[in-house]
Design a protein. Structure first.
Lengths: 308, 143
């Protein structure tokens, strides 16, 4: 699951590197197991995969030099460098006229530091998720400088000139009645009712549903003899996590969103162990066409919650 | 096949059953690069080298017991150059450098010649590259 957490960060990192130095004509990040976590628009997935295969073959034979820490290839008009940090590898292709010092700074100092940092954060996040499922969805947005102590979860107090959203993740289970009572009690306690009436206050109650989790996954084609055309396959671990977060809620469909388009579809767990736990989503060709994405592309998914 | 062996220097000369005539006189080029590698070998931090051409192979390493490991790594690196040339629009690969924890290796595919120089990480690979390039230039000038 860590790869899912890291992917957006790496994608952003690659985009920023590209912006920083236009001489960089291709870059991608891959993990030790060969999974590409992020890549730029110049990199062809299949080519990258073949290169990773070759890189791994070198790595296997590199014990004699103390493992493979970096690989640099000089060619006629480009240079390719692979640097490693925490079992993540960044491959960058840049023209010969690229500022070598800048590239070196990026590949040997900045990027390994970012990778280590992202990895540590991901590890922390994953650990927290394991301890307190749903805590990652906590959002604290006090909007203004006003803080309402003891205010109950999931309340949105909207006034004419200000908005304060106060959530408390300790009570993740939506309970309309108790929340309304608690809210009234809180308002009484704070003696704010009169003031709110004067200010033409609108009380917009929203059930305390955890924020919908978004996951970025790498697209794999869903083949086979008779794949269901409107069903994608995702990690069972992810489905279990949703079920854990949205207890007593039905999740029958998900939203699959590419850079340009999105669609809703049914989902089921990945059956082939070859594709599981790798941050992949198996999408049938029909849906791939709808959202204009191909194998190796990135999509974001989130569950559609319906009442029981 | 004839084989000469010493403690720290193993020189293998392979004479193939079918002699292949190469118009660019590889023997002279091979000799030129071989001389250059002998010079490179004396540089501080250089652990050794593997030099393979169509007709001969020369290996000179500090740790002769690790020859197979070094040779396998060298082969994988040179194979990787082919993958890169085929998969990415980079032109022809001049050299490939793999850095390990304490050692790095510089591999050059120079026509039919395959050169791998092993050195400590502190060693300047550019100096080695230049010396090999000079050897090639010298050969071309003679020609």
């Amino acid at each position: 699951m860590m790869s899912n957490v890291c992917t957006p960060a790496f994608q952003t990192m690659i985009s920023e590197i590209q912006k920083m130095n236009p001489d960089i004509t291709g870059s991608f990040v891959f993990k030790e197991n060969g999974v590409i976590l992020a890549k730029d628009g110049f990199t062809v997935h299949d080519s990258a995969q073949k290169f990773i295969g070759s890189f791994n073959a070198i790595k296997e034979k590199s014990q004699t030099i103390g493992g493979l820490h970096a690989l640099t290839i000089h060619s006629d008009y480009k240079e390719v460098s692979v640097t490693s940090a925490n079992n993540h590898y960044l491959t960058m292709m840049y023209s010969k006229k690229a500022d070598k010092r800048l590239v070196e700074l990026l590949t040997k100092i900045l990027v390994p530091s970012i990778v280590k940092l992202v990895d540590q954060l991901a590890l922390k996040l994953t650990t927290e998720q394991e301890i307190l499922p749903g805590d990652d969805n906590e959002s604290l947005n006090y909007g203004t400088n006003e803080v309402y102590p003891d205010t109950q979860p999931g309340l949105q107090i909207q006034t004419n000139d200000q908005e304060s959203i106060i959530t408390n993740s300790k009570a993740q289970q939506p309970n309309i009645e108790s929340t309304t009572k608690n809210f009234e009690k809180t308002v009484e306690t704070l003696s704010l009712q009169d003031e709110f009436e004067q200010l033409d206050v609108e009380f917009n109650y929203k059930p305390n549903l955890p924020q919908l989790p978004e996951n970025q996954l790498i697209v794999e084609k869903l083949g086979g003899l008779l794949p269901r055309p409107n069903t994608v396959r995702i990690d069972k671990e992810l489905i279990d996590k949703w079920e854990d977060i949205f207890k007593n809620k039905k999740i029958e469909k998900i939203i699959v969103e590419s850079l340009n388009k999105k669609t809703s579809c049914k989902f089921e767990p990945i059956k082939d162990p070859k594709y599981s736990d790798k941050g992949l989503i198996q999408i049938p060709e029909k849906i791939q066409n709808i959202i204009e994405v191909t194998t190796g592309g990135l999509v974001t998914i989130k569950p559609i919650i319906s009442e029981d | 096949m004839t084989k000469k062996k010493s403690d720290s220097n193993i020189q293998t000369e392979i004479q193939q059953e079918t002699q292949i005539q190469i118009s660019s006189k590889p023997d002279e080029e091979t000799q030129s690069i071989s001389d250059s590698l002998a010079e490179i070998r004396k540089l501080e931090g250089v652990i050794g080298y593997i030099f393979r051409s169509e007709m001969a192979a020369k290996i000179d390493l500090n740790e002769p017991d690790k020859i197979i490991e070094y040779a396998m790594l060298s082969t994988e690196l040179l194979d990787c150059t082919e993958v890169i040339e085929q998969q990415f629009d980079v032109g022809s690969v001049e050299c490939i450098i793999a850095e390990g924890k304490h050692t790095k290796v510089l591999c050059i595919a120079n026509g039919i010649n395959r050169i791998s120089v092993f050195m400590s990480n502190t060693c300047d690979q550019e100096k080695v590259r230049q010396k090999i390039a000079q050897a090639k230039m010298l050969y071309l000038t003679k020609k």
